[in-house]
Design a protein around this ligand. Structure first.
Ligand code: ZN
Length: 354
C-alpha cells in the first residue's frame, strides 16, 4: 500500500480511502483520486471526520441497508476547498468547509422548502449507502457545501453536519424547545447527548441527564447539567418525577431506544414532547396507547437535519458553543474509534484526523 502525501495536489493520481470491504472489516486503500471538480462542484481536501452511531451500524452491517461494498466510510467531515468547478461562486481554494452528506435532489418540494432530510429522491447517505468522506479528496455539489466561520478548528467543524445539526433539528425544529423549559437528555455522555446538554443550557433550560457511570456523571455536571442520574444504579423515571415536583419534563431527548423509551415517556408532563433520533439498544418496543393520548404526548421521529441546521450549528460554534471531543484518532485507527464508540465508553465525540 502506498500512501500519498497528506497535502497531495489536486492532480494526484492516487489517494487514501478508508474502505469498508466486508462487515467489520475496514482497510486503508490506495485509490484513484477524483478528477477536477465538474461544473457546479467543488473539491474538498478532508481534514477531520466525526464518528457517529450510523458508522457503527454501517460497520456491523445492516440487513436493510441498500448498498454495495466496498464502500468509503465517514458520514460527517470538515476540510478545505482544493479546487472550484465552473459556475461555482462563493468558494475559494483554502476555504474551510463542511458538507451535507445526504445526496438530495435539490428539486423536490421538500428540498425547495429547505427540508433536505425529507428529500423525496435522495440518492443515499454518504458513508452509509454510498461512498463517504474518509478519503483525501472528495468532489461535492457546491449546493451541499457549507462554509465554516473563521477560527473554528477542523475537529470541531467536523461535528457540525451530523452530530450538532441532528441535535439542532431535534431540539428546535421538532421538539420546539423553549428557554426556561425542563429537558431530560438520555445518555448525556454521547456525542449528541453532550451537544444536547450544551444547546439546552445555552438557552436557559433546566437539564436532567442520564449517564452510565459516576465518572461521566461528574463530566456531565461540568458541562452544565443541573441534575445527573446514573441509570445503572438509580431508576431515572422516579428521580425525574421527584425533581420536577411530580409534574414531569417538557421535553425528552431520546436515542437509546427500548431500554429507556417508555421511561422517557413516563417522565413527560401532560402535553410533553419526546424526540428520538436513534435506537442503540434495539429496534422495537411497545407503548401504552391510553397513556399516549390521555397524556397528549407528542412523539417526533427525527433523522438527520437540514443544511440550515448545519449553518446554525456552525454559528453556535462560532459563538463559543463547541463540541465535546472524547478522542482524536489517526486515520489508520478508525476501527479503534468505532470500537470505542460501540462500547459506549465515550464522553463526547470521536474524531478521526487526516
Ligand atoms: Zn429532493
Amino acid at each position: 500500500m502506498t500512501l500519498v502525501d497528506r497535502q497531495a495536489p489536486v492532480s494526484a493520481q492516487s489517494m487514501r480511502a478508508l474502505t469498508l470491504v466486508a462487515d467489520r472489516k475496514i482497510e486503508l486503500l490506495d485509490v484513484a483520486a477524483p478528477p477536477p471538480p465538474a461544473s457546479g462542484e467543488v473539491q474538498i481536501g478532508i481534514k477531520a471526520i466525526g464518528l457517529n452511531h450510523i458508522d457503527v451500524w454501517g460497520w456491523r452491517g445492516m440487513a436493510f441497508a441498500k448498498r454495495k461494498l466496498p464502500l468509503v466510510v465517514g458520514a460527517e467531515a470538515a476540510g478545505e476547498i482544493r479546487a472550484v468547478g465552473s459556475g461555482v461562486t462563493g468558494f475559494a481554494v483554502g476555504d474551510p468547509v463542511v458538507a451535507y452528506g445526504g445526496l438530495t435532489c435539490g428539486m423536490c418540494k421538500a428540498c425547495r422548502e429547505g427540508r433536505d432530510n425529507l428529500c423525496e429522491n435522495i440518492g443515499g447517505i454518504m458513508g452509509f449507502h454510498v461512498d463517504g468522506f474518509a478519503r483525501d479528496l472528495v468532489n461535492m455539489p457546491a449546493r451541499l457545501v457549507v462554509p465554516v466561520p473563521p477560527a473554528i478548528a477542523f475537529r470541531d467543524a467536523a461535528c457540525a453536519p451530523v452530530a450538532f445539526a441532528t441535535v439542532q433539528h431535534m431540539l428546535f425544529d421538532n421538539a420546539k424547545l423553549e428557554p426556561g423549559e425542563t429537558i431530560l437528555v438520555q445518555a448525556g455522555g454521547s456525542g449528541i447527548g453532550t451537544a444536547a446538554i450544551k444547546m439546552a443550557k445555552a438557552i436557559g433550560c433546566t437539564v436532567i441527564t442520564t449517564v452510565g457511570d459516576d465518572e461521566k456523571a461528574a463530566k456531565a455536571k461540568a458541562l452544565g447539567a443541573d441534575h445527573v442520574i446514573n441509570y445503572r444504579t438509580e431508576r431515572f423515571e422516579g428521580i425525574v418525577r421527584k425533581l420536577t415536583g411530580k409534574k414531569g419534563v417538557d421535553v425528552a431527548f431520546e436515542h437509546v431506544g427500548p431500554d429507556t423509551f417508555n421511561g422517557s415517556l413516563l417522565c413527560l408532563k401532560r402535553g410533553g414532547r419526546l424526540v428520538t433520533c436513534g435506537s442503540t439498544s434495539g429496534q422495537s418496543t411497545t407503548i401504552n396507547l391510553f397513556q399516549l393520548y390521555l397524556q397528549q404526548y407528542r412523539i417526533f421521529g427525527s433523522f438527520g437535519a437540514s443544511i440550515r441546521n448545519i449553518r446554525e450549528s456552525l454559528a453556535k460554534m462560532a459563538s463559543g458553543l463547541l463540541p465535546v471531543i472524547d478522542t482524536e484518532v489517526p486515520l489508520a485507527d478508525f476501527e479503534r474509534g468505532l470500537a470505542r464508540l460501540e462500547s459506549r465508553q465515550v464522553f463526547g465525540k470521536i474524531i478521526v484526523t487526516f
